[in-house]
Design a protein around this ligand. Structure first.
Ligand code: C2O
Length: 332
């Protein structure tokens, strides 16, 4: 019941909570702006210089992994150099937290991009800027995020690049479930309990599930993948008991580099759905299309963006975000 269309949340910024009333000792407010929030300009899609092709995470070569690790490393270095640099790893993670855990308000209502029609467009824009920032930090204008191909049997394990602390330390994150690495097959309906099943059963279950699940992808499998990667709820994290951190809780999800890989596949699912034809139809409610979000680009500039650029509209002068500059590589 927010005002519609939702304006960009430029009234910075409250305290984040894990659950209503339960504050986290974690602040995810964005850095102070150097312009008046109401003057934040609208983002224009820049001309496409080179197509970005997102590769399947399980199929990339070493050169790619080295590059990706380096880009994330540079992001983390920005945190140290200037903690208020919006391109930094922490600040980028916080953009997600701010949009999930009650940090942003519109009027007196919490702005939450999950459980709503903002889910797909928000994450599409988020990855768009994240990817551009990574690319610019390694001077590669065609750098593209990997996607976790959990809809294919070959992609149903945790992508190895994220699980090699000695080789790719910046893609590694200790705050994960230790049982769900290596050869473990992902369970796309995982809500905390490890169900006994053979690998084959698990893969079959996953395939059957995917066949009927697009309409409600956010609930399943999107959320189970988060929970499957994150630490076991209630386990000891040193300073606190786990609430699923990092991947299993919205406020910390962006602190795991695997998050962006997971969401690249969520985005790919949406892309497939948008191009499949038949009965499916994009939402054309103006309250949806004109809803606004707020991000930083690779030059540290703040922008507002509209939801409408995430889907192709009839007679649109600008093309939609994904098809204009981005493809998913589906070679296995
Ligand atoms: Cu914004 Cu997968 O969560």
């Amino acid at each position: 019941n927010l005002t519609t269309p939702i304006p960009a949340p430029t009234n910075f910024c409250g305290t984040a909570e894990i659950k209503p009333g339960l504050n986290v000792p974690y602040s995810c407010c964005p850095p102070k702006l150097d312009i008046d929030p109401k003057d934040i300009p609208y983002y224009k899609l820049p001309p496409v210089s080179k197509l970005r092709v997102r590769p399947a995470a399980h199929a990339v070569d070493e050169e790619y992994m080295v590059k990706f690790n380096l880009a994330i490393k540079r992001m983390k270095e920005l945190d140290v150099k200037d903690p208020s640099d919006p391109r930094g790893f922490l600040q980028q993670a916080n953009i997600h937290c701010a949009y999930c855990n009650g940090a942003y308000k519109v009027g007196d209502k919490e702005l939450q991009v999950h459980y709503s029609w903002l889910f797909f467009p928000y994450h599409r824009w988020y990855l768009y800027f994240y990817e551009r920032i990574l690319g610019s930090l390694i001077n590669d204008t065609s750098f593209a995020l990997p996607y976790w191909n959990w809809d294919h049997p070959k992609g149903m394990r945790f992508p190895p690049m994220f699980d090699q602390p000695n080789v790719y330390p910046d893609l590694y994150n200790p705050r994960r479930n230790k049982d769900h690495r290596g050869q473990a097959i992902l369970d796309l309906v995982h809500f905390g309990d490890d169900v006994k099943a053979t690998d084959l059963q698990r893969m079959c279950n996953n395939m059957v599930l995917l066949y009927r699940q697009m309409g409600v992808v956010e609930n399943i499998p999107h959320t189970p993948v988060h929970i499957w990667v994150g630490t076991v709820v209630g386990s000891d994290l040193g300073n606190k008991k786990s609430d699923g951190e990092d991947m299993g809780n919205f406020y910390t999800s962006g602190l795991d580099p695997a998050f962006y890989c997971h969401h690249a596949n969520v985005d790919r699912m949406w892309t497939i759905w948008q191009t499949i034809g038949g009965k499916r139809k994009d939402i054309d409610d103006p309250d949806f299309l004109n809803a606004e979000l707020f991000f930083y680009d690779e030059n540290k500039k703040s922008y507002r963006v509209k939801v409408r650029r995430t889907q192709q509209e009839k007679d649109a002068k600008e093309e939609m975000l994904t098809f204009k500059n981005l493809r998913y590589d589906v070679r296995k």
